[in-house]
Design a protein around this ligand. Structure first.
Ligand code: ATP
Ligand code: ATP
Ligand code: MG
Ligand code: MG
Ligand code: MG
Ligand code: MG
Ligand code: MG
Length: 278
């Protein structure tokens, strides 16, 4: 880079490289989607098209960021998990978060017409914020993903009951809110069934579980690195040739991307896909 007398200002930049051997999660979330839902008349409690659009955008993000091993999405948010030894952008937090959030935003806006052909986008266009969080152990990462899926479940049960009371029961929003105050899950299940004949467990999985996106085969030897140290297997990047890296990148780019609406809190999913967090 060219040097000049002004170059010293570079020293004012904050270093933000994330610590090694941590899983990095970039969570993006739609800005002001409460308003956006109203503007484009999203169906309540769940607009299927909007969820599909989120998922389509996430698939493209996975396709272009091969270091993402799995993503989980619900509502207006998506979490992208980078494998623990990734060296992408030297693990710089701002670069990772902004690159993912802007890639997602571009996909969301460009694919909007596929899902809402009758509702052209107008300003202010949808945008997504993004943040990075590090999780030092596989167990903590799994707890993170479980936390997001539990959040999906809790919100969806509440919203399904709330909107049934409003749209089918004829209550005002305030009345519905009042009715749900202090209720627990079983109360809501019971209310849905007895008043509206809705068996909550038969509601579509995409609403109840959110969406998991991953590559059908993940990952192979070279970019995840070997283990170092004997106490615990710590994944550090190991030096590999450029051609090897390029080959691996191409392999991942070609891999089939799987989109599922399944439970990721229990062990079953992870036992079926031991390679994802390998
Ligand atoms: P912020 O900018 O702080 O994120 P927000 O208005 O986006 O503000 P969130 O907490 O992210 O607040 O909530 C997103 C809102 O969008 C929720 O009310 C959620 O129900 C709604 N929403 C998101 N996706 C859908 C969908 N597919 N169908 C119906 N509503 C949705
Ligand atoms: P990174 O992802 O690390 O930013 P990069 O390829 O974007 O990689 P930059 O240092 O940002 O690297 O350089 C941007 C490149 O794009 C430069 O080579 C610059 O000359 C070129 N470029 C940007 N804008 C224009 C333009 N309007 N016309 C011609 N070339 C441009
Ligand atoms: Mg530049
Ligand atoms: Mg939001
Ligand atoms: Mg949100
Ligand atoms: Mg650039
Ligand atoms: Mg996989």
């Amino acid at each position: 880079m060219a040097n000049s007398e002004f170059g010293y200002v570079r020293n004012f930049e904050q270093r933000d490289a994330l610590p090694p051997s941590n899983w990095i999660v970039v969570r993006i979330d739609g800005r002001g989607f409460t308003k956006l839902c109203k503007k484009y008349d999203f169906e309540k409690p769940n607009d299927f098209r909007a969820l599909k659009l989120m998922n389509d955008a996430a698939v493209e993000v996975l396709r272009s960021f091969v270091d993402v091993v799995i993503a989980y999405g619900q509502s207006d948010e998506y979490s992208f998990v980078f494998y623990e030894s990734t060296t992408l952008f030297e693990r710089r937090a701002a670069k990772l978060a902004t690159s993912i959030a802007t890639a997602f935003t571009a996909e969301y806006c460009m694919q909007w017409p596929n899902h809402f052909p009758d509702k052209p986008l107008t300003r202010p266009f949808p945008t997504f914020d993004g943040r990075c969080v590090c999780y030092p152990k596989r167990k903590v990462l799994r707890d993170y993903l479980s936390w997001r899926q539990a959040d999906c479940h809790i919100n969806n049960l509440y919203n399904t009951t709330f909107w049934s009371l409003v749209l089918k029961g004829g209550l005002t929003a305030t009345e519905a809110e009042q009715e749900l105050k202090g209720t627990v899950s079983s109360d809501k299940n019971e209310l849905l069934f007895s008043r509206f004949g809705i068996n909550y467990n038969k509601e579509p999985q995409i609403y109840r579980k959110g969406t998991v996106v991953h590559r059908s085969q993940e990952p192979s030897s070279c970019t995840t690195g070997g283990t170092n140290g004997s106490m615990e297997a710590i994944k550090m990047p190991i030096p590999v040739s450029k051609t090897q890296l390029e080959k691996e990148r191409k392999r991942k780019q070609k891999a089939t991307i799987v989109v599922e609406n399944v439970d990721i809190i229990g062990d079953a999913f992870w036992e079926t896909h031991p390679d994802i967090l390998a």
